[in-house]
Design a protein around this ligand. Sequence first.
Ligand SMILES: NC(=O)c1ccc[n+]([C@@H]2O[C@H](COP(=O)([O-])OP(=O)(O)OC[C@H]3O[C@@H](n4cnc5c(N)ncnc54)[C@H](O)[C@@H]3O)[C@@H](O)[C@H]2O)c1
Length: 362
Amino acid sequence: MREKNVILKNKVIFVTGAAGFIGSNLVKELLCEVQPVHIVGIDNMNDYYDVSIKEYRLRQIEKLVEEHPESTWKFVKGSIADKVLVDSLFEEYRPGVVVNLAAQAGVRYSITNPDVYIQSNLIGFYNILEACRHSYDNGQTGVEHLVYASSSSVYGTNKKVPYSTEDNVDNPVSLYAATKKSNELMAHAYSKLYNIPSTGLRFFTVYGPAGRPDMAYFGFTNKLRNNETIQIFNYGNCKRDFTYVDDIVEGVKRVMQAAPEKKVGEDGLPVPPYAVYNIGNSHPENLLEFVDILQQELIRAGVLPEDYDFEAHKKLVPMQPGDVPVTYADTTALEEDFGFRPSTSLRDGLRKFAEWYKEFYM
Ligand SMILES: NC(=O)c1ccc[n+]([C@@H]2O[C@H](COP(=O)([O-])OP(=O)(O)OC[C@H]3O[C@@H](n4cnc5c(N)ncnc54)[C@H](O)[C@@H]3O)[C@@H](O)[C@H]2O)c1
């Protein structure tokens, strides 16, 4: 087990992508579990998907802030690609912990919209690294831990499963994956050069209430409800390690509190305080089984009628460019170092999603 060496209580925590799916859930968890805590969130509120969901998530956060007057929450609408803004926020709030979740997500969108991936995922991340580096200027304590989102997509079409952080990941099959692998490389260089403790987390297909409408489970639900046909790629021969958002947030929270230790190597220079972990369910599900459970839960929640003709609304189609046939996380290191592994079953997670969907849209 890794020792807890970062105290979240009373700390300023900078969360990027705070109105995003994972970011907003992390902010809510911190507000509930750490008292007092001071969170500064940034998000550019882009319209890659329905902005009203991002606004809804911010309202959920605001409600919790009212219940926890001892803590503070400052939301800034802006981009991490704006260096002047990022620097001024670090200067003003001096965060002790930084969690970088802001990114342009999505594999398919990176084929048609590469520019935004370079801006948010590369330039944005570089700005965060630079701000962390300068947080130590003039002998200041600065950032104790930088935690950032990587992705299972870095494994590309690797044949060996489960995917381990020991595996070679030099063959990305999308620009999105390439930006995430680049983040890990950039973080390594900054950890080595400036002794910034950093941990990258490779998330595996995260789902849950108020999730991302661009992801399959959400898109399928919208289509089925509108009587449209859903396309199941690779003729259903896809396996995904679906990870419930609460499990991801629990993992991030534990990781935030245990930064890789600063050590000096034989050459008198820092050994990079750097780590990368997988966070996934480690139990891949076949896409057809997944769709089957989703359909049952949508009926149970009243999103679809009891007699819904599901077979008439599904079409099996070939693989899409940039997609991978399987994702499967080896979470041994996460378990050993943090005593935790995601465990929410797909049925329980999809049930919560279906119930939320019913309440939000119907
Ligand atoms: N959800 C998943 O299955 C999954 C899997 C692997 C990795 N990830 C990574 O986890 C992180 C969070 O993902 P998510 O599912 O919550 O996605 P999300 O799109 O819901 O959240 C990202 C948030 O970042 C914001 N954002 C984008 N560019 C920005 C910029 N330049 N400046 C400020 N804000 C910006 C967006 O408006 C959005 O609210 C991302 O880095 C993503 O790549 C997610």
